[in-house]
Write a protein that binds this ligand. Structure first.
Ligand code: PLP
Length: 426
C-alpha cells in the first residue's frame, strides 16, 4: 500500500491518462500485459535505452518492449530505412524485393528454416505454423506446455486460458523429458504438432534442458508430429537462435518481436516439404493471406536490422552481456542469503522470490507475489523500467554501466527489504 501511494502521488498525469482510457478500453489499455494496479505509467518518449513518462520522469529501459525493442528507441539506420520505404509509397499491394531480401537473411541463419513466410505478429506466426503442420500431417491436435505462451490466443499460463484457443490441444509439463516422451507417444498419430518455447519467456525466463528438447525431438520423429520451436523471443540468443546454441533442429520455427527493428512483425518457416503447403504453384495449397504481411516499413526495417546491425558477433556480445548481468545479480542474492534469484539465458532474465532450481512455472505463494510487486515498484522508484512480472530484456544500447546500475539498485532492494525477504523464506 505504501509503495502504491508513493507511486500514485508522483504520477498525476499517468493517473489522468488511465482514468480517461478506462472509459474507452476495458482495463484502460489494449495489451493485457501492460496492465497493473493502481494504474500503469504512461511513457511519452524514448531515446536509446532511456524512456520518459508523462510526468517527466526518466527511466533506464530494461524492458526493451518485451524483447521487440532490441535496437532501442532511436536506432538511426532503422528509422532511415522506414522513412526511405515510406517515401517510395505506403503499401503497394504487391510483392517486393525487400521481402525477398529479408527472407534470404532469415533462411541463411536458422538451421531449421529452408523456406519462410511473413505475418504481422508472433501470434499469427504460431497460428500459421500450426495450420502448416495440420495441413502437412492431415492431423488436428497440437501439444503445448503448461505455462507456455505463444500469443494472446495461445496462452497457457493456466489450462483455463485454453478457452481462447480455436484448436484441439493436449498438454505436457515443461522440462520433464520422461513425461513428454510418454505423452507424445500416447497421442501417436493423432498429434499434428508439438509447439514449444526453447526457453519459457512470459512463463518466467525458464530455460529448457537439453534432455527435454532432445526428448521432444525424438518423440516427434517417432510419431510424425511436426516439432515447432517458438523462437519469437529467443531467436536473439545467437545468430541462428537458441536452436543453434542448443544444437536441436526442429521441423519449423516461428519468429517475431525485434526482427523488423521494432516494427510489427512475425514469420514462420521450416522444412521446404512442409512449407510447400502454401505454394500456389501446386494444386490444393493452403491459404495464407494478410494485408500487412509484407508491409513496406517492416520489410525495409527488417533488412537493415538483420542484414546490417544484428549480425552473429553482435548477437554473441548481447548474449554475453546478459549472462554477466544475471551472474552479478545472482551473486548479490547469494551473498545476502535471501530466497531470490534471476533465471534466464543471455539478454532475457526474470526475478523469482524462491530458493532452489526453477525448472517449470509454479504457483507463487502470496509472500512471493507481494515481493514481486514490491520489486517492480521499487525499481520504478529508482528509475528502472521492467515488466511488471520482473522480466528484463536488454537492448543493444544498454551499456555495462547501465547493467552495473541495475545491480547496485537490486543490492539496495535486498538490503532495504531484508525482513520481508526473510519472511518469504520462512
Ligand atoms: N511467442 C512468444 C514466445 C512470445 O513471447 C510472444 C509475445 O510475447 C508471442 C509469441 C506473440 O507475439 P506477438 O505479441 O507479436 O503476437
Amino acid at each position: 500500500a505504501e509503495a502504491h501511494a508513493a507511486y500514485a502521488a508522483g504520477r498525476p498525469r499517468s493517473a489522468e491518462i488511465h482514468a480517461r482510457a478506462r472509459r474507452l478500453m476495458p482495463g484502460g489499455n489494449t495489451r493485457s500485459v501492460l496492465f497493473y494496479t493502481p494504474f500503469p505509467t504512461a511513457m511519452v518518449r524514448g531515446e536509446g535505452c532511456r524512456l520518459w513518462d508523462a510526468d517527466g520522469r526518466e527511466y533506464l529501459d530494461l524492458l526493451g518492449e518485451y524483447t521487440a525493442g532490441l535496437f532501442g528507441h532511436s536506432e538511426r539506420r532503422i528509422i532511415d530505412a522506414v522513412k526511405d520505404a515510406l517515401d517510395r509509397g505506403i503499401n503497394l499491394a504487391s510483392v517486393g524485393e525487400a521481402e525477398q531480401e529479408l527472407a534470404g537473411l532469415i533462411v541463411g541463419r536458422f538451421p531449421s528454416i529452408e523456406m519462410v513466410r511473413f505475418t504481422n505478429s508472433g501470434t499469427e506466426a504460431n497460428l500459421m505454423a500450426l495450420a502448416a503442420a495440420r495441413g502437412f500431417t492431415g492431423r488436428v491436435k497440437t501439444m503445448v506446455m503448461r505455462g507456455g505462451y505463444h500469443g494472446g490466443v495461445l496462452t497457457f499460463a493456466s489450462e483455463r486460458n485454453a478457452v481462447n484457443v480455436p484448436i484441439p490441444l493436449a498438454f505436457t509439463d515443461y522440462n520433464d523429458p520422461e513425461a513428454a516422451m510418454r505423452d507424445i507417444l500416447a497421442e501417436g498419430d493423432q498429434l499434428a504438432a508439438v509447439l514449444v518455447e526453447p526457453m519459457l519467456g512470459s512463463g518466467g525466463c525458464i530455460p529448457a534442458s537439453a534432455a527435454f528438447l532432445g526428448a521432444l525431438r525424438e518423440a516427434t520423429q517417432r510419431t510424425g508430429a511436426v516439432l515447432i520451436f517458438d523462437e519469437v523471443m529467443t531467436s536473439r540468443h545467437g545468430r541462428g537462435g537458441l536452436q543453434e546454441r542448443m544444437g536441436v533442429t526442429p521441423d519449423m520455427t516461428t519468429l517475431g518481436k525485434y526482427m523488423a527493428g521494432g516494427m510489427s512483425f512475425g514469420a514462420f518457416g521450416g522444412r521446404a516439404g512442409i512449407m510447400e503447403v502454401f505454394d500456389g504453384h501446386r494444386p490444393g495449397t493452403l491459404p495464407h493471406a494478410g494485408t500487412f504481411n509484407n508491409n513496406v516499413w517492416s520489410m525495409a526495417a527488417g533488412c537493415v536490422a538483420m542484414g546490417e546491425i544484428f549480425d552473429g558477433e553482435t548477437a554473441e556480445a548481447l548474449y554475453a552481456r546478459g549472462e554477466a548481468l544475471r551472474e552479478a545479480l545472482n551473486a548479490v542474492c547469494a551473498r545476502a542469503g535471501v530466497p531470490m534469484q534471476f533465471t534466464g539465458r543471455g539478454s532475457m532474465l526474470t526475478v523469482h522470490f524462491r530458493a532452489g532450481a526453477i525448472e517449470r512455472p509454479y504457483a507463487a505463494r502470496p509472500a512471493e507475489d507481494r515481493l514481486r510487486e514490491l520489486f517492480f515498484f521499487d525499481m520504478l522508484a529508482a528509475g528502472i523500467y521492467l515488466a511488471r512480472r520482473g522480466m528484463a530484456a536488454l537492448s543493444l544500447p544498454v551499456t555495462e554501466a547501465d547493467c552495473a546500475r541495475y545491480v547496485a539498485v537490486v543490492e539496495e532492494f535486498v538490503a532495504a527489504r531484508q525482513p520481508l525477504l526473510a519472511e518469504a523464506a520462512g
